[in-house]
Design a protein around this ligand. Structure first.
Ligand SMILES: Nc1ncnc2c1ncn2[C@@H]1O[C@H](COP(=O)(O)OP(=O)(O)O)[C@@H](O)[C@H]1O
Ligand SMILES: [Mg+2]
Length: 395
């Protein structure tokens, strides 16, 4: 691990590159042998990456993932990517690796490697993490994506209420014969997409069972959600993080190295200070931060007048301090909390300013900041070959 006083080394760079997945081969680019080297030249890092074909359409995704992770390392001013192509022997090796990976895909987590994992975090409670999670999840589903929502706020869960679900999660015997049960997420169709929700709120029946969960270590519970939930295919997994705890973040980055963070803050400076701490933690656990969402920004009255009840500029300042984009500012609006209470997120309302902002933020994520990792690129044919080769093989 590095701190601000030791300059970054090639090994540090390689280390964070293990978080960059080749979405089609379902493994990280280091273990796939695609990273030829990382050289530190003053404040610049030169990284050579070999792709399956030179014109790989995934290049842009891999490029932004690499930059995002390396740029935040201490002392790094610029990241330069040098592209190369895998030779025939290397391609065969990559194929073998992808094949063996497909075999033991059940472990260690049941989150598909191609899923975009976005952790919604903030330094303290009450700033709107759950509201942001619910609204973004809802809008992603309305855009046609399959979206997992993991409520990692074990004790303060609010996702079921905000998304209007109150079922009970079903558990089935695991099909890998290890005697462990598997939890089936609560599936809610939101045409044309789908939500898959997991929350302790869908597990506890009474105050008493709720108390039993209290004894569980937070990070352990999160680990269990990743190991024991049969997530199935997902384009996105949004994680509603508990307020400001380092252990959950560490567990997450260890178990899901592809996880990326979005920080929620209010316009108040005090909230901004706490959010800085979260961002700091993310950096130490090598989790890239994609952007800041300011919530509870100035209330816009029907007559058009603005009322900055919680101050102004916190989101912008935090984004500038961290050198990451401000994804949007969601105004204070009674419809946000009403929507949350009714299980009908405000993002579905055409007449809401906050709803429109949540839609704009979702578009920004899908189109630019965190596009889905789909299967249409260059090495898709290789994966098909892997699957064909596995046909008839006992998995
Ligand atoms: N933009 C907003 N306008 C009005 N109320 C909001 C807004 N965002 C969140 N709220 C309300 O504030 C409270 C805290 O939000 P919540 O999403 O539960 O925060 P967190 O998950 O960070 O604790 C909830 O009652 C929620 O409905
Ligand atoms: Mg919450």
């Amino acid at each position: 691990m590095t701190d601000m006083t030791t300059p970054v080394s090639s090994e540090d760079v390689i280390d964070v590159l293990r978080g960059v997945m080749d979405p089609e081969l379902g493994d990280n680019i280091v273990d796939l042998g695609m990273v030829r080297g990382a050289e530190i030249v003053g404040g610049r890092v030169d990284i050579t990456i070999a792709l399956t074909t030179a014109g790989c359409p995934l290049r842009a995704t891999i490029k932004s993932d690499v930059e995002c992770r390396v740029e935040v390392l201490p002392g790094v001013e610029k990241v330069k990517l040098i592209w190369d192509e895998l030779n025939a022997a290397e391609k065969t090796r990559v194929m073998e690796r992808a094949r063996s990976h497909a075999r033991d895909r059940a472990l260690p987590t049941k989150v598909p490697p191609m899923t975009r994992v976005l952790a919604i975090a903030s330094g303290k409670g009450g700033v709107g993490k759950s509201s942001v999670t619910a609204n973004l999840a809802m809008q992603l589903a309305r855009k046609g994506f399959t979206v997992g929502v993991m409520d990692a706020d074990i004790w303060g869960f609010s996702i079921p209420r905000m998304l209007g679900v109150d079922g009970r999660l079903e558990a089935v015997a695991s099909d890998n014969g290890d005697g462990r049960g598997e939890i089936i997420p609560e599936e809610v169709s939101k045409e044309p997409g789908l939500l898959k929700i997991v929350s302790t709120g869908l597990m506890v029946d009474t105050e008493e069972t709720a108390l039993m969960w209290r004894g569980l270590m937070l990070a352990k519970a999160v680990e269990q959600f990743l190991h024991d939930v049969k997530w199935g295919e997902m384009d996105y997994l949004l994680i509603d993080m508990p307020p400001g705890t380092g252990d959950v973040q560490m567990a997450l980055s260890r178990l899901l190295p592809q996880a990326e963070m979005i920080v929620v803050t209010t316009p108040a400076l005090s909230a901004q200070k706490v959010a800085v701490r979260v961002a700091d933690m993310a950096r130490r656990s090598h989790m890239p931060i994609l952007g800041v969402i300011e919530n509870m920004s100035a209330f816009v009255a029907p007559d058009g007048s603005r009322h900055a009840l919680l101050g102004e500029g916190g989101g912008e300042r935090l984004a500038a301090d961290l050198g990451i984009p401000l994804l949007g500012s969601v105004p204070l609006e009674p419809a946000v909390s009403a929507g949350g209470d009714e299980g009908d997120p405000v993002v579905t309302r055409d007449d809401s300013v906050a709803g429109a902002e949540f839609r704009a933020i979702t578009d920004r994520l899908v189109e630019k900041i965190a596009p889905p990792r789909n299967m249409t690129g260059c090495s898709a044919h290789m994966l098909n070959a892997v699957e064909a080769a596995l046909d008839g093989v006992e998995l």
